[in-house]
Write a protein that binds this ligand. Structure first.
Ligand SMILES: *Cc1c(COP(=O)(O)O)cnc(C)c1O
Length: 413
């Protein structure tokens, strides 16, 4: 940074410290990642100055010719990545993307069948604390409590009973792949539309490492900043027949001017995701998650569903005599960033649940492989065993700072 620290010392210092934190700790929050320098450049570009309400070729402002080029690039690349009929790259984030879909396809009071939050569903899928829960009637299916996997028999029974207009698949704490055809079959049976929210999975779907709902479902929403490794933002993909409604729902229905600097960064990230090495990346995310799972199982950690097919692990830490919050804090002190998380039918509260959730996308971006996962699993075990021993936690933190030096991040900054 050249200009900012001079003009604004406080913000500059905090940003410098944040960079240092990202460089020297292990980022294991499964929804986080490190974008490339090219994506950062697009984010910090002059495209932030431009108002461009409307869509490419149909804007409400003059001077949009170059912005149109940028937005069209993002759209075309996303179509290619996911095999989508229609793409809207304007959603400001994952939450507004979901809200826009509900209002595009449904009337207030309509029923949506989505996954229970404690079973891995997302807040934006109708949690009682959200505004959407006041507008639409959300009913919730669950995963099988024994296996942790989606119980399609129960889902079908609920669909027949509640006659939802929309069936929602897609989670933020579910460590398995999804059988989208099975959802679609049930939806067809009861005359419901289908929506997948692949916020966590998009990068791995784009790389062909997880099942792709886009050719099957009516609508698919995603964030662009998780495994897709782009800027913080959202995106909606849909079948041709829903295209007009989806676009109108984003603008003018919900949003104003699109953030074209972010859309430029999306275009760059999608180009990156189309390269052959992105496929290698997505594959390694999975290999690393499996290696970490294997190590943690050896240390007697209880993994929900017994393992992982994707990039994340959900761990019930009750048998380790800590709460999710205590585990998160101990790992934080040791230089490992994770988040506490509810486990299915968690008897504890969301602020101090029974589990933690961790993932490998960011570490894999740094270039780490199976051998590092093994070391990290050992550290996680040691930190949780010694959650009240600050000497041990400090020691792990210094070892982690050493390890991270071998996997440089943002040396250019
Ligand atoms: C992260 C996430 C979202 C929300 O995305 P934001 O960009 O934080 O608004 C929505 N759905 C799922 C499944 C997610 O994991």
């Amino acid at each position: 940074m050249k200009y900012l620290p001079e003009f604004d010392k406080q913000t500059g210092e905090a940003l410098a410290k944040e960079l240092h934190r990202q460089q020297t700790t292990l980022e294991m929050i499964p929804s986080e990642n490190f974008v490339s320098m090219a994506v950062l450049e697009a984010l910090g570009s002059v495209a932030t100055n431009k108002y461009a309400e409307g869509y490419p070729g149909k804007r409400y402002y003059g001077g949009c010719e170059h912005i149109d080029t940028i937005e069209q690039l993002a759209i075309d690349r996303a179509k290619k990545l996911f095999g989508a009929d229609h793409v809207n790259v304007q959603p400001l984030s994952g939450a507004p993307a979901n809200i826009a879909v509900y209002f595009a396809l449904l009337e207030p009071g309509d029923t949506i069948l989505g996954m229970d939050l404690s079973h891995g569903g997302h807040l934006t899928h109708g949690h009682p604390v959200t505004h959407m829960a006041k507008i639409f009637n959300f009913v919730r299916y669950k995963a099988n409590i024994e296996t942790g996997k989606i119980d399609f028999d129960q889902l079908r029974e609920m669909a027949i009973e509640h006659k939802p207009k929309l069936i929602l698949a897609g989670y933020s704490a579910y460590p398995r792949d999804l059988d989208y055809k099975a959802f679609q079959k049930i939806a067809d049976e009861v005359g419901a539309m289908t929506m997948a929210d692949v916020a966590h999975l998009a990068g791995m779907i784009a790389a062909g490492e997880l099942n792709n709902p886009v050719p099957i479902f009516d609508v698919v929403t995603t964030t662009t900043h998780k495994t897709l490794r782009g800027p913080r933002g959202g995106m909606i993909m849909c079948k041709k027949k829903h295209a007009k409604k989806i676009d109108k729902s984003i603008f003018p229905g919900l949003q104003g001017g699109p953030h074209e600097n972010v859309i430029a960064a999306k275009a760059v990230a999608f180009k990156e995701a189309l390269q052959p090495d992105f496929k290698e990346y997505a594959k390694q995310i999975k290999t690393n998650a499996k290696a970490l799972a294997e190590n943690l199982l050896k240390h007697d950690f209880k993994l929900i569903t017994g393992g992982t097919d994707n990039h994340l692990l959900l761990i019930d830490v009750t048998n380790k005599n800590v709460s999710g919050h205590q585990a998160e804090q101990a790992l934080d002190a040791a230089g490992i960033t994770v988040n506490k998380n509810m486990i299915p039918d968690d008897p504890r509260s969301p602020l101090d649940p029974s589990g933690i959730r961790l993932g490998t996308p960011a570490l894999t971006t740094r270039g780490m492989h199976e051998s590092e996962m093994k070391t990290i699993g050992n550290w996680i075990n040691e930190a949780i065993d010694n959650h009240d021993n600050s000497v041990v936690l400090e020691h792990i933190k210094s070892e982690i700072a050493e390890l991270t030096k071998k996997f440089p991040l943002y040396n250019e900054l």
